[in-house]
Design a protein around this ligand. Structure first.
Ligand SMILES: O=P(O)(O)OC[C@H]1O[C@H](O[C@H]2O[C@H](CO)[C@@H](O)[C@H](O)[C@H]2O)[C@H](O)[C@@H](O)[C@@H]1O
Length: 384
């Protein structure tokens, strides 16, 4: 991506890519089948707009199905595990053939990284912190913080989260990182060495420590609209027990994890009714969360490309980017890395899922082990 070109806010083609269309760096190519990787609803969900006077309903437009399939409920996961449909499940093991464990494939990954500069991208929720009922309590452990700090001392490392940037900074509390909030719509990147200095939408700023940084906010003009919608969403969901609305700055997130499943259609309908008045906003589905965001051609994949460019690493053949994430929104980043043949995605999931990732890890504790191993490996080769 040329940072000097203008970033027109137009949605890209959202057709799912098949593995055969996607590149993976040589050596990072486990023997997966040639069957296409597809998503039940596509990686981005198109918003059904009201074209007639007849109100579309969340059941008919597919929202409700997407809400139900957005991630297993705690009950379902524990029921599955208690019936042995978890770690020992044959389906999971055969899925591992397609998406091998990044821990079991660690030597393969580090072999591929020899002579290359690793850049790490980490999602937050479900990757560094476990999924919990209250989004305000999704804390990461001190051990995880240590692992992140150590790995960030070895490689350029960025957090790319759907949360607002200040919130994710507060949760992570590691200074050595780059942070992108609101699904990459709010990026702080270094000013020195940075190609982003020339970007028309980058604004020079200073961080909390007074260090010069560049701020990139491609959806800045949407702030008043998102604020307005946040207010409407809060108002129209206030009577739904368990529903909460989170202000993610460039994105309004409506959580329904704690809403009784019988009322999910009401949540969907209320969000739909608000959204239909805002054609410049669209909806994406996260894990038991409906996310309203601007219709711009920007996602976590674009954020990864932007950061690589900002770090001056985009046109280098000796870069291996690794993105670790658990969510549908992370698929854009997995896909972006495949497309430019610059690295690989690692999907964090305890259950089989289609993905554009190359490897998998089961849960945040395996992520921590992987990050620790990377830091140890780096120290060992530096000592040679
Ligand atoms: O991109 P991420 O860092 O993965 O953020 C995605 C969303 O994560 C949070 O919601 C999810 O985690 C919560 C805490 O475990 C959970 O309660 C919720 O059901 C999940 O959807 C966050 O609250 C959202 O704002 C992020 O967009």
């Amino acid at each position: 991506m040329d940072l000097k070109t203008n970033l027109t806010p137009v949605l890209a083609d959202t057709a799912p890519l098949t593995r055969s269309r996607l590149g993976v760096p040589s050596g990072l190519s486990p023997s997966y089948s040639s069957k296409g990787a597809t998503f039940p609803h596509g990686p981005l969900l198109a918003i059904p707009r009201k074209k007639t006077g007849i109100l579309e309903d969340v059941r008919s437009n597919g929202w409700l199905d997407a809400m139900k399939s957005s991630s297993p409920t705690h009950n379902k996961v524990s029921k599955d595990l208690s019936h042995g449909i978890g770690s020992s499940d044959a389906a999971y093991n055969s899925w591992l053939l397609k998406f091998p464990s990044a821990l079991a494939s660690f030597d393969q990954i580090t072999n591929c990284a020899k002579g290359k500069r690793i850049v790490l991208f980490l999602d937050y929720d479900g990757t560094l912190s476990p999924i919990v009922d209250n989004p305000d309590c999704a804390f990461m452990s001190e051990n995880m913080r240590d692992a992140v700090r150590k790995v960030a001392e070895c490689f350029p490392t960025a957090i790319i989260s759907g949360r607002r940037r200040d919130k994710v900074c507060e949760f992570v509390r590691v200074r050595e990182l780059y942070y992108a909030g609101s699904h990459g719509m709010d990026i702080i990147c270094p000013s020195r060495q940075s190609n982003s200095d020339n970007h028309p939408e980058c604004v020079g700023s200073a961080d909390e420590q007074g260090i010069e940084v560049n701020l990139f906010q491609p959806a800045a003009e949407f702030l008043p609209m998102i604020d307005e919608v946040l207010g409407l969403l809060k108002e129209c969901t206030k009577d739904i027990e368990g529903a909460t609305v989170e202000n993610n700055k460039f994105c309004a997130s409506v959580h329904y994890r704690n809403v009784n499943e019988e009322s999910w259609d009401i949540v969907g309908q209320r969000v739909y009714d608000v959204l239909k008045e805002y054609p410049r906003l669209r909806l994406t589905h996260g894990r038991k969360v409906l996310e309203v965001r601007p219709v711009i051609d920007w996602d976590k994949g674009k954020a990864v490309t932007f950061l690589l460019e900002a770090l001056g690493l985009n046109n280098c053949d000796d870069v291996l980017a690794i993105y670790v994430g658990d969510d549908r929104t992370d698929e854009d980043a997995f896909k972006a890395l495949r497309e430019v043949n610059k690295g690989c995605g690692i999907l964090v999931s305890p259950t089989p899922k289609e993905s554009n990732a190359v490897y998998s890890l089961r849960d945040p504790s395996e992520v921590m082990e992987f990050l620790t191993s990377l830091a140890v490996w780096k120290s060992s080769i530096q000592g040679l």
